[in-house]
Design a protein around this ligand. Structure first.
Ligand SMILES: [Fe+2]
Length: 379
């Protein structure tokens, strides 16, 4: 970012459509690999998708092994165990399948196959991405939720053993080479997970659009993603089998993650400790904090937030009100207290939130006291 230059890139090949998952073996072989590690979690195994992907790979001439040891909020040990499995299998490619956690873990497993330093050294908060080279093995991503957009994102989030903090690792070399977006894989997602993951996508679009920095393509994509969320999130929650709504939310999630290469904001800094400390679902944590952050950002991003209000809900008086209305419409709780977060949690949460890198691109600078106040405003 020195000398006033900015970099804009959207290089992942994205294959969209029902049954796109059945092209997985061709895609892996197209990347020059004949052995793949399928990275997923217990939930992906339980619904049969891990076995389906493994069988599709084998039928297409790719020797596949399933590694399902990824926690709901991935920890460092998951990544290191995945590297062992990758080496034992002699894999040449990672096929990451699932929600954000397996996709992030899959990318970080690929990173660690060729990068020997401890994961903490690659922390975006210490500009560790500069240590990441292009020799990361290829990754194919197959999302089974519509939210994180990790399938096209260039970051992985992992809780480190030494600090207990959710840590963002960020590099263009972590981008998947191919993402297979198959709306049919999201059809069985329960309504509450659909709502929470959808709110993660919405938060990515909103925070990216309002974030500091000059990125007209990211801005346009963020607005397009918000339009898809406004039109399809409630429909996907109400009618889980509606593949058009499911597909639209997959597009919105993908677009949110493309857009947030520009940057995110304070809401994500508040959300990360809520997951690592209190176990909240990431999308739900964003949904609960977003209105307070939007209100806080109004003085610094008034015109942009007005555009977001017009997309989400023309009848709302403020953008925060539009967000609250949609959150209620999709059946999510209205505050952190409903999730067992109390005032006593605020100091520890805030200490972690201020260390998180996301708020650096928030349109209005935040202090420790601001973040603590934002948590309290979200009760
Ligand atoms: Fe997120």
């Amino acid at each position: 970012m020195s000398s006033g230059l900015v970099t804009w890139s959207f290089p992942t090949t994205i294959v969209f459509g029902a049954d796109s998952v059945s092209t997985v073996a061709d895609r892996v072989r197209g990347l020059g690999a004949t052995r793949a590690l399928v990275v997923c979690d217990a939930g992906v195994v339980r619904v049969g998708i891990a076995e389906r992907v493994r069988a599709l790979l084998e039928a297409g001439g790719v020797a596949a092994r399933v590694f399902d040891g990824v926690d709901p909020n991935p920890v460092e040990a998951n990544v290191l165990q995945g590297v062992v499995a990758y080496r034992e299998h002699g894999a040449g490619c990672v096929v990451a399948v699932g929600g954000g956690s397996p996709l992030d873990a899959g990318k970080l497993i690929a990173l660690k196959v060729t990068h020997d330093r401890p994961l903490a050294d690659y922390d975006d908060a210490v500009d560790g991405g500069a240590l990441i080279g292009p020799n990361v093995p290829p990754v194919v991503t197959i999302p089974t939720t519509a939210g994180t957009g990790s399938e096209v994102g260039r970051s992985g989030v992992v809780t480190l053993a030494a600090t207990g903090r959710k840590t963002v690792i960020f590099s263009p070399h972590l981008l998947a080479r191919v993402a297979l977006l198959d709306p049919a894989l999201t059809r069985s997602m329960p309504a509450r997970i659909t709502a929470a993951t959808g709110f993660d996508a919405l938060t990515h679009c909103l925070e990216a659009f309002c974030s500091l920095g000059d990125h007209p393509m990211a801005d346009a994509i963020a607005l397009g993603g918000l339009e898809l969320c406004a039109a399809h999130l409630a429909r996907a929650v109400d009618h889980g089998a509606d593949l058009e709504a499911r597909g639209a939310m997959m597009k919105a999630a993908m677009m949110g993650a493309v857009a947030f290469q520009k940057g995110l904001g304070a809401c994500h800094s508040l959300a990360h400790p809520l997951s690592s400390e209190k176990g909240l679902h990431h999308g739900l944590a964003n949904a609960l904090c977003l209105p307070a952050v939007v209100d806080f950002n109004e003085p610094a991003a008034r015109d942009k937030l007005e555009r977001v209000r017009l997309i989400l809900d023309r009848t709302a008086r403020t953008c925060a009100e539009a967000v609250r209305t949609l959150r209620k419409r999709v059946g999510l709780p209205e505050g952190l207290s409903a999730e067992g977060v109390t005032d006593a949690d605020v100091p520890k949460l805030t200490r972690k939130a201020i260390e998180d890198a996301c708020h650096r691109s928030n349109p209005r600078p935040v202090t420790y006291d601001d973040l603590a106040a934002l948590y309290r405003a979200s009760f």
